[in-house]
Design a protein around this ligand. Sequence first.
Ligand code: ADP
Ligand code: NI
Length: 218
Amino acid sequence: MTKQEQQLTQIISYASAALANDKTGHDLAHLKRVASLVEKLHQECDFDLFIALSAAYLHDVIDDKLFANPATQLAKLKEFLVALDLDATQITAIEDIITHMSFAHSLEQEVNLSIEGQIVQDADWLDAIGAIGITRAIYFGGAHHEKIYDLTMKPRQNMSKEEYRNLDNETIINHFYEKLLLLKNKLNTSAARKLAAHRHQVMLDFLSEFKAEWDGQR
Ligand code: ADP
Ligand code: NI
């Protein structure tokens, strides 16, 4: 194994341990799917695969919706990366990606991600749409006691990060209109946009079938 392969193996173990108790759809399987989408995008785009894969595996270990104290999580992660002998430039590159790539963060400010950051964000957003995205939204919504659907609750628009994270009046179906259907047009790379087209259609088909059944038309 090369040094980078060994480092990546350790990074995967670290992420896996950090997210071992997750019951909201941010588990190791999510990280592996994001990593394999990064590899798929690498067939079409030129970027530093080691940095992108490292960030793909680490992007949720400092997340404020999963951890009460994200700053502590970040400090621990940086200590780990130093001990793993990543150099300062690599650590900064990874930190810059994982602290800026989330959808929630993108609601607050325009971000200028590195090419590796754009790729990891695209991969993460591809895993939030399509059949897997539908399943994750339902799983997350169930974990947070969201209603399934309520015609009197309209999807929210122009939310701040704080509003987005407030699930008091959220429904699973509204999440599609508040985030999932918007992702197609927010992707950074044309390679990701190509993969998103089919996944987006799967969600549209699902929503129209859902509404037809809800309304008693089927
Ligand atoms: P980010 O970390 O990029 O801000 P999110 O927290 O928005 O990402 O989403 C992570 C996963 O959780 C996604 O698959 C998303 O669809 C799901 N999710 C987030 N918020 C909700 C919600 N209000 N209802 C259902 N699923 C949600
Ligand atoms: Ni993710």
